[in-house]
Design a protein around this ligand. Structure first.
Ligand SMILES: Nc1ncnc2c1ncn2[C@@H]1O[C@H](COP(=O)(O)OP(=O)(O)O)[C@@H](O)[C@H]1O
Ligand SMILES: [Mg+2]
Length: 715
């Protein structure tokens, strides 16, 4: 072992290397770290567990420090667990080591191990062992998930892909063979080294995994019947028949995994957003599915979902998406934001930009190419409408199209018509599921477009789902194809199931559960956050099947409001909290690039901070930095982070952000001048805000857009 960075990397936690180095923690002191120390360093709960476990291992390996009596190493009690076991072996490694210089061979093995470790961790598995060129990993330990078998196969597929991509001095690409089996095992002391550890898992499952592994072709996975049963139709599987194997009396059945089936996007939808399966809301889902059935017969439907923040409107809309993922349809997603209530058609502009896949450094020509390709999908000729769309998206089009030469009112009308026609073109190809979220923040023109859309879809296969808070009173209630769902609070049973999701099935002490139920009063967002707060508070001791209180429950340990609960969680992330606050000053959604220019800290530190916020599930990410766009889990999470800033600091941040926008984001300044103006105003720099406006007025397209805004929003 070279140093602390390597050690952290070896347990898949390389992201903390810098933090450890900054705090002068090296291998000589790492063993003295307590849980509290790790917490103070800002290490997340799950990672603290991993580090403490790995420390036990280090302890076992090293001689006891001189001067202290060698303490008996802590022993985990043996547990019976339902595990999915993965065994992965590098193909032809003996031949390879004959051909490679030992040092190069070492590098190959290290890179392979690192990839396996990283991927196993990604799926929340436990890398029990490196055995030369093999690895042994458990899924379902120490944390069980309802989809551990699926996670294991996914991890296996990722490992196969990662290993094939490894660049080594070996002439041909590397390959692995993977075997997977599921069953009940008894887990002993996983903290021990070597021979002791061999006995750590008792049961036939690891043996079975090894046997099916031997049946796998290079670059493939073979699963045993026990795993196969849990996989449903998530993967394409090929039956391999029954095989006699050593050490098992009966011939065993085996299946080769040929790839992911079409349900792929379901997993994506569930896991990318970090959402769990829907709890309760059966009636609401049935209602939506019924409306969908009508809609897709050609009788377009609208469902209005209303409810207080955090009650689960977006989650319900997402659940509908998951339910119909196997049916051919087009998805259109529109999201309103509180900062764009006066920005004409902002949700529609954002949707077009996303669908066209604009990149920050695209030239206007590239954007126009992408825009044309997008418009062509609906099947109608794009030439007549391309300039309208280009103007809507603030893309200068020079000589490429004839000038528009329309009065602002005419241009507005034609743009709305073009948007509707485009929409109808898509609906004629296949059914559409449209979601329009947080309509309480929609601008007047967007609402007008929605009016027209509702009229237009009566004869089209379209299901439109609108979500909004109770203060919004839509004019559409009572129309023949419009249904309403008002979401109420979850009942006690559902709350308890939600808590169990967050704790990974581990039971909380009754007293704690009682308080969570009482305080959250059935608001799912609060339930999730409060449970995480309690888990992270250090008042509970983890045991085999549950948690017990580490002493009497401190009176203020369980916050009474969502705000306090979120604040407690942010506080525990102290070292990265500030990044979260700066991001909050930008808004619920923020791009990596703008945050980077606004914070002025170095990239590794920023990436690390964002990774921690992401792991705490306070923010979600789309794409990879520098193109990545993050959003706070919920508008309320952003609000709490923002409100925790002192007023003076807020002003300073807004001024930093406004200047960053002016200096480095000409496109945003041009297309969303109101955003720059908002930051200047909140920075108390009203004069700068006006100057921005004046300077912009000189630029043709911005001036035109501002004019349009004024006219369109007149009422
Ligand atoms: N029925 C449910 N089952 C599981 N999780 C839920 C449910 N309802 C809400 N949640 C979770 O609670 C949080 C808040 O829900 P969200 O849909 O964002 O609220 P809203 O859109 O109404 O403000 C999310 O993390 C969501 O995944
Ligand atoms: Mg929502």
């Amino acid at each position: 072992m070279k140093g602390i960075a390597e050690w952290l990397a070896s347990i898949g936690l390389g992201e903390y290397a810098q933090r450890f180095a900054e705090n002068a923690i090296d291998l000589s002191v790492v063993r003295d770290l307590t849980e509290q120390d790790l917490k103070d360093l800002g290490v997340l709960l799950g990672h603290r567990r991993k580090i403490l476990r790995a420390l036990l291992e280090l302890e076992g390996a090293a001689p006891a420090p001189t001067g202290t009596a060698a303490e008996p190493v802590l022993r985990d009690k043996a547990e019976r667990r339902h595990l999915t076991v993965m065994i992965c072996d590098l193909v032809g490694s003996t031949a390879l080591s004959g051909r490679l210089d030992p040092e190069d061979m070492r590098a190959v093995i290290d890179a392979y191990h690192a990839a396996c470790a990283r991927i196993t961790l990604t799926y929340d598995g436990f890398l029990a062992e490196f055995r030369g060129d093999g690895i042994l990993a458990y899924f379902g330990y120490p944390l069980a998930h309802e989809d551990d078998a699926e996670r294991t196969v996914r991890a296996g597929l990722d490992i196969i892909a990662a290993v094939a991509r490894l660049e080594t001095r070996a002439a041909e690409p590397l390959a692995v063979r993977i075997g997977i089996a599921t069953g009940v095992v008894v887990i002993g002391d996983l903290s021990r080294e070597g021979a002791l550890r061999e006995h750590a898992v008792v049961g036939e499952t690891p043996n079975l995994a090894a046997r099916v592994q031997a049946l796998a072709e290079p670059g493939t996975i073979v699963v045993a019947a026990s795993t196969r049963r849990l996989l449903g139709d998530l993967f394409r599987l090929r039956e391999l028949g029954r095989h006699e194997v050593k050490g098992i009396a009966e011939p065993i059945a085996a299946w080769a995994v040929e790839g992911v089936s079409d349900s792929e996007s379901r997993f994506e939808a569930v896991h990318v957003a970090g959402v769990t399966d829907l709890i309760g809301r059966e009636h609401e889902i049935d209602f939506l599915l019924e409306r969908k059935r009508l809609a897709w017969k050609g009788e377009g439907q609208v469902v209005l979902i209303s409810g207080e923040p955090g009650i689960g409107k977006s989650r319900l809309a997402a659940a509908l998406v998951e339910r119909i993922v196997g049916e051919a349809h087009t998805r259109l997603r529109y999201q309103c934001s509180p900062y764009h209530t006066n920005s004409t058609l902002r949700p529609f502009i954002a949707q077009l930009e996303r669908a066209a896949e604009f990149k920050a450094d695209d030239t206007s020509e590239q954007r126009l190419d992408k825009l044309e390709a997008l418009l062509a999908i609906s099947g109608s000729p794009f030439e007549p409408v391309a300039p309208l769309f280009a103007a809507l998206l603030s893309i200068p089009f020079g000589e490429r199209y004839p000038p528009l030469a329309l009065s602002p009112t005419q241009q507005c009308r034609r743009t709305l018509t073009a948007l509707l026609d485009q929409f109808e073109g898509l609906a004629r190809k296949q059914p559409i599921l449209l979601s329009f979220e947080d309509a309480q923040w929609a601008d007047t023109t967007s609402l007008e477009l929605l009016d027209l859309t509702i009229e237009r879809i009566r004869q089209l296969p379209v299901l439109a789902v609108f979500t909004f808070r109770p203060e919004f009173e839509p004019a559409w209630v009572g129309l023949p194809n419009v249904g309403t769902l008002t979401l109420g609070r979850l009942d006690r049973n559902d709350v308890e199931s939600m808590v169990a999701r967050v704790t990974g099935g581990r039971v909380l002490p009754a007293e704690v559960m009682k308080q969570i139920v009482a305080k959250t009063d059935g608001n799912p967002l609060f339930v999730e956050e409060l449970t995480k707060t309690v888990l992270e508070a250090g008042i509970l001791v983890e045991e085999a099947n549950g948690y017990r209180l580490d002493g009497p429950l401190p009176p203020l340990a369980i916050p009474a409001t969502l705000q306090d609960s979120l604040m407690a969680r942010l506080d525990r992330l102290a070292p990265v909290r500030e990044i979260g606050q700066i991001a909050a000053a930008i808004g619920r959604e923020f791009s990596y690039s703008l945050l980077r220019v606004s914070v002025g800290c170095d990239e590794p530190a920023l990436k690390n901070a964002l990774a921690q916020l992401e792991q705490a599930e306070l923010v979600f990410r789309r794409g990879e930095p520098p193109e990545a766009v993050y959003s706070f889990k919920h508008a309320l999470v952003r609000d709490v982070a923002y409100e925790s800033l002192l007023k003076s600091r807020r002003q300073q941040l807004h001024s930093q952000i406004a200047r960053a926008l002016e200096e480095s984001f000409a496109d945003i300044v041009a297309s969303q001048p109101e955003i720059v103006a908002r930051h200047f105003t909140q920075a108390g720099l009203v004069e700068s805000a006006i100057n921005t406006g004046l300077r912009l007025a000189i630029s043709h397209s911005a001036a035109q857009r501002m004019l349009l805004s004024v006219i369109w929003n007149r009422g």
